[in-house]
Design a protein around this ligand. Structure first.
Ligand code: CIR
Length: 265
């Protein structure tokens, strides 16, 4: 009998060096351009933390023509069973998927491509122990979500289409999986009842951006600017690794978006 691998267990990660053009990255509200040097430093610390958590991290070269290409989570989705090349919802990010496809072919025997013309961003996908949740958002539409369900089924994964709170970039901007039975969520997302029987820890009011944390093996990476969330998670028994996100946050990013993570059996 094959042993079920916990969904928080990873040994393989893809990341991409930030491009100098990150200063022109997409953002909903302009809080000033991120500093390239600052983003590079944050990214370096992020990769180091993932390696320290026990993963082999492959860092792909920067793509200068694509300011948001450091956010490798959005153009693809990866599992032990195979990878899916997605179709990002933002026009300026659409071609990132074409650069990801050959990389995925080097790492996975099975690489599927989102069929049709719909859109789906990896930032809208939350994997839990028993299913894959697909959040509809400004970046993921119904056609893309339904096409993705077909791909997921082919890889043996059950899925459910859910909604993302209005004004929130991605479904996972507001939540992350902390353990097989527990999610970290904003109050606004949890209030929609989307998590059913899952245990839900709420980020304190004012620290909504901390909800995009990242559990990898024994640790949870959390934005260092969210002390009340860090304290809450430590009290709950999690080993927290705080990471600076001051610069990447200026282009609406958190901690999950800079990597694609899977367990290579
Ligand atoms: C964007 O708007 O696409 C980027 N500036 C931020 C992407 C963040 N991705 C993610 O949370 N998965």
């Amino acid at each position: 009998m094959t042993q079920k691998i916990p969904v928080t267990r990873f040994n393989s990660i893809l990341a991409r060096t930030p491009s100098r053009s990150i200063t022109a990255g997409l953002r909903a509200v302009d809080m000033g351009d991120p500093s390239y040097e600052g983003v590079i430093a944050e990214h370096r610390a992020y990769v180091t933390a993932l390696e320290a958590a026990g993963c082999t991290v492959t860092v792909l070269p920067a793509l200068e023509d694509f300011p948001d290409s450091v956010f490798v989570e959005d153009p693809a989705l990866v599992f032990t069973e195979g990878a899916i090349v997605l179709r990002p919802g933002a026009p300026t990010r659409r071609h990132e998927a074409g650069f990801m496809a050959p990389v995925l072919a080097e790492h996975f025997e099975m690489v599927l491509h989102l069929p049709g013309t719909g859109f789906a961003d990896g930032g809208d996908i939350l994997r839990t122990a028993d299913k894959v949740m697909i959040g509809l958002s400004a970046r993921t539409n119904a056609e893309g979500a339904e096409a993705l369900q077909g791909c997921l089924k082919a890889l043996g994964h059950a899925s459910e289409i859910v909604t993302t709170p209005k004004g929130v970039l991605h479904f996972k901007s507001d939540c992350s999986l902390l353990a097989e039975d527990t999610v970290l969520s904003t109050a606004r997302l949890a209030a929609s009842g989307v998590f059913g029987d899952l245990r839900t820890l709420l980020v304190p009011e004012g620290e909504e951006e901390a909800a995009n944390a990242l559990r990898v093996n024994d640790v949870v990476l959390v934005g260092a600017d969210f002390p009340r969330t860090i304290e809450m998670l430590m009290q709950a028994g999690y080993a927290v690794v705080p990471l600076a996100t001051q610069e990447i946050r200026k282009v609406d990013a958190g901690l999950s978006c800079m990597s694609l993570r899977w367990f290579a059996a």
